[in-house]
Write a protein that binds this ligand. Structure first.
Ligand SMILES: Cc1ncc(COP(=O)(O)O)c(C=O)c1O
Length: 385
């Protein structure tokens, strides 16, 4: 057949995270440490709010930006917690997960030939979307600075083609959070430049010590900053598909058109559930964090004992040890670990070439799974020595 496809669609690859979890069906006894979603149920009152909406026939379309009550509740949640505010009328859009916020935003702002700077290693969901828009990704290597993006390096990477810089802290895949000092320096570099700042803070509620600092709290970035969030991680609602995008009204009116042609609105019963999540159930993440901290401490301790160099994460639910000492690339290491060691992890190379030499372990699993997983990893690593 001679009908052509969009070559950019053809060039898209299945994310490395999926490639590995897809292999798992062939290894039914493997311990799976690949998944990026909480292992807790959605809070009961949130489920009930969704059920109540369905039972009351609140099952139609909503305003394209989402129901106003939800947008108001979102603004209250973030202003109470982080001290920044967006106008619910024209600065907040409820999206189909943060994934759709990322897509709609990039499709609104990017043109052919633009450059977008990403600190790397980084989550798999940005590069394909940026490249699909005909823009180019420029990586800011963080591997030599404890996964903290250096402001100096950022300044060096900026060209007249730079359209945006995206930050994702707490980070998927490293779990690293930024110090205030680092953030101040990054903001200093960006403040007088015509460059959009995009901050995906979907893991902000899973910060384990100290308060989360948001790029949205810097008023000097207000006119060019976009804040991405959602309930997938904070409230264990990955399947409900609720994300939030906030930004300056002037640009959000255009994002809203992209969003509405893409999906009209977010799922309405899920929007009602989301109101409950950000109001009465707003403290649920704290309860999950008690567990995550125990698991993080355990996995970190075990990795140190096993001898894998690792940065102690302070957020999200991932840890990113180095496997450089074993002479295998991360894909081969992860494949062998699955086949011979019975543990599935994600090769670091899934998170851009700067993740090469590392593996991502998710600790969104119960303790018995983590204990067994770490024991198996230890045995496997000892055999490799
Ligand atoms: C950093 C980051 N942003 C966005 C997403 C997508 O989240 P959502 O389920 O809200 O689309 C994920 C999911 O893993 C993520 O890790």
């Amino acid at each position: 057949m001679s009908l052509r496809l969009n070559p950019r669609a053809k060039a898209l690859k299945v994310p490395g995270t999926r490639q590995f979890s897809n292999q798992l069906v062939n290894y039914p006894d493997a311990i799976n440490l690949t998944i990026g979603q909480p292992d807790f149920p959605t809070p009961q009152s949130v489920k009930e709010a969704g059920i109540h909406a369905i039972n009351n026939n609140l099952t139609g379309y909503s305003h394209n930006a989402g129901i106003l009550n939800l947008r108001e509740s979102i603004n209250t949640f973030f202003s109470d917690k982080y001290g920044f505010s967006y106008d619910p009328i024209n600065e907040i859009i409820v999206t189909n997960g943060a994934a759709e916020a990322i897509d709609s935003l990039f499709r609104t702002i990017l043109e052919e030939g633009d450059e977008v700077i990403l600190p790397a290693p980084i989550y798999t969901g940005y590069v394909p979307v940026i490249e699909f828009c005909g823009a180019k990704v420029v990586y800011l290597d963080t591997t030599e600075t404890n996964f903290q993006p250096s402001a100096e390096k950022l300044a060096e990477l900026i060209t007249d083609k730079t359209k945006a810089v995206l930050f994702n802290y707490p980070s998927n895949p490293t779990g690293v959070v930024l110090t205030k000092e680092t953030m101040d320096q990054l903001v200093e570099v960006l403040v007088n430049k015509d460059i959009y700042v995009i901050t995906d803070e979907i893991y902000s509620e899973n910060t384990f010590s100290g308060d989360h600092l948001s790029f949205a709290s810097y008023p000097q970035l207000r006119e060019k900053l976009f804040y991405i969030h959602g309930l997938s991680k904070s409230h264990s609602m990955t399947g409900w598909r609720i994300g939030f995008l906030m930004g300056p009204a002037e640009i959000m009116q255009h994002v809203l058109k992209v969003h509405l042609y893409n999906s009209i609105c977010a799922n309405l019963p899920a929007q009602y559930a989301a109101i409950e999540a950000v109001t009465n159930a707003k403290d649920t993440p704290e309860e999950m964090n008690v567990e995550y901290i125990k698991r993080r401490d355990f996995v970190y301790k075990r990795l140190v004992e096993i001898g894998l160099p690792v940065e102690k994460p302070n957020g999200a639910f991932y840890i990113f040890p180095s496997i450089q000492a074993y002479g295998l690339n991360s894909f081969d290491f992860a494949t062998k670990l699955l086949q011979e060691g019975g543990v599935a992890v994600v090769p670091g190379s899934a998170f851009t070439p700067y993740g090469e030499g590392y593996i991502r372990i998710s600790y969104a699993y119960g303790m018995p799974v983590l204990v067994e997983g770490m024991d198996r990893l230890e045995k496997f690593v000892q055999k490799l020595k």
